[in-house]
Design a protein around this ligand. Structure first.
Ligand code: ADP
Length: 272
């Protein structure tokens, strides 16, 4: 197998152009010890595409996202981002394990926001957002600051630059986490149940910010969510996973209005 992009069917994207996938899972399996939690996932995302991943707890949704973020390595199969493999690279026509430098470069293409915000508690909001552009992208202090302020403005927190995370609500913390991921200008973002840990009254402000980012368009987004209305509104395509497999996928209108499988029908009944 080669690491270079193979000839593929081009995908139509909005505007009638064609583009290679920005993300491609090829027969990805993942086990933890003896337990295989993903049984061979094939999934592609087009540049700028918004996909929602829905399904019961324990079905492997988070693991799918964490593998894209290189936080977990597939047991077998490959994941390509932007036409390059995540864990491997080609050397002299052979596939070898990726160097740290390769992984490092690939990681700059991917952003992730987690259920728990994971902000640096000892750093003010602005520094939480400037840290990675400075350390990872090597931006100057001024450039990183400018970018960070722009992102914090986008998530409605330009008045909180000099505040410590402990002084923020859960919704505000999550918005800082979103700004921190966005500031790296990733090609694809994974949002992993970003509202699950929030008080119900704070969920709306975070979903609203994500919707606005989605409308901007150019970044591909994987939205792992239990919020069905949100999935319906934001996603171009919804993927229903259960027991480590993709059971059904399609545009939200089709998937939610006419679920084909019994699994999805009963899942949606439970969610309503
Ligand atoms: P979901 O996001 O759909 O709830 P997860 O991807 O979190 O599902 O988990 C899928 C399965 O993998 C679960 O059975 C979970 O207990 C197991 N799992 C996830 N991460 C680990 C880990 N680091 N070690 C062992 N088991 C894990």
């Amino acid at each position: 197998m080669s690491t270079t992009v193979q000839e593929r069917e081009p995908h139509a994207v909005s505007g009638g152009e064609t583009a290679l996938p920005i993300v491609k899972y090829n027969d990805v399996k993942k086990s933890f010890g003896d337990l295989e939690v993903l049984h061979g996932i094939n999934l592609e995302m087009r540049p700028g595409e918004k996909i929602a991943i829905i399904g019961p707890s324990g079905s492997g949704k988070t693991t799918l996202g964490r593998m894209l973020m290189t936080l977990e390595e597939p047991t077998s199969g490959t994941i390509e981002v932007d036409g390059e493999l995540l864990w491997h690279m080609e050397r002299g026509g052979k596939l070898v394990r990726a160097s740290e430098a390769h992984l490092h470069r690939m990681r700059t293409k991917i952003g992730m926001v987690f259920q728990h915000f994971n902000l640096f508690p000892h750093m003010k909001v602005i520094r939480n957002v400037t840290e990675a552009p400075r350390k990872v992208l090597g931006l100057s202090k001024e450039e990183a600051h400018e970018r960070a302020v722009e992102m914090l403005r986008k998530v409605g927190l330009e008045d909180k630059l000099d505040v410590y995370p402990s002084k923020l609500s859960g919704g505000q913390k999550q918005r800082v986490a979103i700004a921190r991921a966005l500031v790296m200008r990733p090609k694809v973002m994974v949002f992993d149940e970003v509202t699950s840990a929030l008080d119900p009254e704070l969920v709306g402000e975070v979903l609203e910010v994500i919707k606005e980012i989605a409308l901007e368009g150019e970044m591909a987004m994987m939205l792992i969510t239990h919020e069905m209305d949100f999935a319906r509104e934001v996603a171009d395509r919804v993927i229903f996973g259960a027991d480590g497999l993709i059971v059904e996928e399609g545009p939200p209108s089709e998937l939610f209005e006419n679920p084909e499988s019994e699994r999805l029908q009963s899942f949606l009944r439970r969610m309503n």
